[in-house]
Design a protein around this ligand. Structure first.
Ligand SMILES: Nc1ncnc2c1ncn2[C@@H]1O[C@H](COP(=O)(O)OP(=O)(O)OP(=O)(O)O)[C@@H](O)[C@H]1O
Length: 306
């Protein structure tokens, strides 16, 4: 049973289709990094899974339960976009307000413990309007953790944080995962941050998943690859895909193709020459993980395709 599973998920805003047949599989106990360009639909996906808005198509299962549209699953905690909090209340009172809504027994002790867990014990009585971004994110995570969820949805929890705070939040996420067995579904633009904690990745592109791979598979894919630059990238991509069906090929920006797998450079050169495709550059690249992910996302610059 998956912690989160979506099948054929679709969502449009007015006439803009954002998600189109999205199939995500998040195993229990994983820290799943959800990656995609700006506007690819990461927050939208999170909101659908959190039960904050209805999908137009498809279904979502959380811990095996089919989600009823707009009904949050009781075992899911979420921090999506700006953490919702009352500016004039203290961190403790913000937690208490939610704890009461959830009907938690022993609410005060639970809230104080959570403040401790997220490193806000000393600031618990301060009004949140005076909080720094890092403190807000910590409180947002504490709010998401109220009720001891089994599944945590974290939308960009590391955005805009200085390296030390980002490290603290990363270790908090890993601790929740290892010690409490919480499954984490996390989005971030900071690939280097995700790479330190994620066990699986899903790459969102054109409304669906371009890839879903484990950290080990990413390691393997990035261990050794060939980069080909040619003026005829689409034709080269088609020719090489047919010639090397077991290789993983990705079109990169600047007319480059990336070929993952143990493929011989000479064979690639020969295959392209036979098709009459001129090669501008053919080189071996080691471990360029960012290029790998950026390639899967569909390039670096500009928003996701309209
Ligand atoms: N409520 C809404 N009404 C209209 N359009 C929306 C709404 N919510 C999202 N969109 C649009 O849907 C697309 C996907 O947005 P979403 O916020 O899910 O992307 P994202 O991948 O989280 O982006 P980012 O990385 O920039 O946060 C965007 O083009 C956005 O403008």
């Amino acid at each position: 049973m998956f912690a989160i599973e979506t099948a054929g998920l679709g969502k449009s805003f007015r006439h803009k289709r954002v998600l189109d047949g999205l199939n995500v599989h998040v195993g229990q106990g994983e820290i799943y990094g959800f990656i995609g360009k700006n506007g690819a639909g990461k927050s939208t996906t999170m909101k659908l899974i959190a039960g904050l808005m209805p999908a137009d198509a498809g279904e979502i299962r959380v811990l095996g339960d089919l989600l009823v549209p707009c009904e949050p699953h009781p075992r899911v905690g979420a921090l999506i976009e700006q953490p919702g909090m009352y500016a004039n209340l203290s961190a403790l009172d913000n937690l208490m307000a939610k704890a009461l809504v959830l009907g938690l027994v022993d609410a005060r002790r639970t809230c104080e413990e959570l403040l401790e867990v997220v490193g806000l014990a000393d600031a618990g009585n301060e009004k949140t309007k005076r909080f720094s971004l890092g403190m807000r994110q910590r409180l947002g995570i504490a709010l998401a953790l109220l009720g001891s969820p089994d599944v945590l949805l974290l939308d960009e929890p590391l955005n805009g944080l200085d390296p030390e705070i980002a490290r603290d939040i990363r270790s908090l996420i890993v601790r929740m995962n290892r010690e409490r067995g919480v499954t984490v579904f996390i989005s971030s633009h900071a690939l280097d941050q995700l790479e330190r904690i994620c066990t699986v990745y899903g790459v969102l592109r054109d409304g669906g998943l371009a890839a879903e791979l484990t950290a080990d598979e990413v390691d393997q894919a990035c261990a050794r690859c060939l980069i080909v630059r040619t003026g005829e990238a689409p034709r080269a991509l088609a020719a090489l895909t047919e010639r090397f069906p077991r290789a993983h090929l990705v079109a990169l920006p600047d007319d480059e193709l990336r070929i993952d797998g143990d493929i011989d450079a000479e064979e690639v050169g020969r295959a392209l020459a036979e098709e009459g495709i001129a090669i501008r550059e053919l080189r071996r690249s080691e471990g360029d993980r960012e290029a790998f992910f950026v390639g899967l996302m569909g390039g670096h610059d500009g928003p996701a395709s309209e």
